[in-house]
Design a protein. Structure first.
Length: 317
């Protein structure tokens, strides 16, 4: 008969393992907590201790003295946006590229060249220029449309005919056209929400030139260009071309280029018809400095900031 098992000893060692020094007792029969490499893990912190640590850290950061970062530009604390940010949003390049424009003294605000980084501006009120060309703010939109023949030069048409608005009706900002093109005339027409620029571009005072290609039937006498530049008498007064040249000739078929700053209705068609050469097809290829290029018929494109600056320079803005 085997001897009875000894009763477990009670003493300090047992209390140390599960009592005051060792934290709460582990459930009976459960091995002690060990780390991934077999080492004993420190006992979990009590909630009271965690709360004290958190309070101490909070007081440490709340009582920390305020550190003011230095300003590069003396007026940088004023309201507005940083100049390089405004330039980047306007399409002048990355932030770093716009900072380089400032470093190269190529940027001016309200007529003064900016020489330091960090200047703040109001893009709605301040006049910003790069290389002498005005930078358009984000609230103004500028587009060029290659208008197909048969499209009416209005933003809406009560008779349901195809019009300019059909190409921009999903724009949030309401646009309007700069000048007009005859329904059967194709080519570039500008659309914008910048009222002052649109007004100046169409006002006779500023004499913005428009260039057209016209298909006519000859034979074409040599002096016809001189006659157009000297002036053609129409029912509403003289009309003069600023430039005339023959671009292409195939037998009796001619493609001629006419440039003029007149803005009267059907002016190119009336001038050539009065000279004895009715127009069979007419395309406007340029409005001021903005050319049609290889833009396809019916396509709308946003003008670059450089193009907008060129238009503004054309009319003294």
């Amino acid at each position: 008969m085997s001897p009875p098992a000894e009763a477990p000893k009670k003493g300090r060692g047992s209390a140390a393992r599960g009592g005051a020094k060792g934290g709460p007792k582990a459930p009976q029969g459960m091995p002690p907590r060990r780390g991934p490499h077999g080492q004993r893990q420190a006992p979990a912190r009590s909630r009271e201790l965690e709360a004290k640590i958190e309070q101490r850290n909070r007081e440490r950061y709340e009582n920390r003295p305020e550190i003011k970062t230095p300003k590069t530009f003396p007026g940088a604390e004023q309201e507005g946006e940083r100049l390089q940010k405004v330039l980047a949003r306007a399409g002048m390049g990355s932030r770093r590229a716009c900072e380089e424009l400032i470093e190269q003294a190529r940027v001016e605000v309200n007529g003064e060249i900016v020489l330091e980084q960090g200047k703040r501006v109001d893009p709605e009120k301040d006049e910003i220029k790069v290389d002498g060309l005005t930078v358009a703010t984000q609230s103004h939109l500028f587009f060029a449309l290659n208008k197909p023949a048969g499209v009416v030069s209005t933003m809406e048409d009560p008779d349901g005919r195809q019009c300019l608005g059909d190409y921009v009706n999903n724009r949030e900002t309401r646009l309007f056209h700069v000048g007009r093109l005859d329904t059967e005339t194709e080519g570039i027409i500008l659309l914008t929400n910048h009222g002052e620029l649109a007004h100046r571009l169409t006002h006779p005072k500023y004499g913005v030139k428009k260039t057209y290609l016209a298909a006519i039937t000859g034979p074409l006498p040599r002096e016809v260009g001189k006659r157009l530049k000297d002036g053609i008498q129409l029912e509403d007064g003289y009309a003069k071309a600023d430039h005339f040249r023959v671009v292409e000739q195939t037998g009796k078929n001619y493609l001629v280029e006419v440039t003029l700053h007149e803005g009267r209705k059907h002016i190119v068609r009336r001038m050539l018809a009065e000279a004895g050469f009715p127009v069979e097809k007419l395309v406007r290829t340029a409005f001021g400095p903005i050319g049609l290029g290889d833009q396809k018929s019916g396509w709308l494109r946003r003008l670059t900031n450089t193009e907008v600056g060129m238009l503004m320079k054309e009319v003294g803005m």
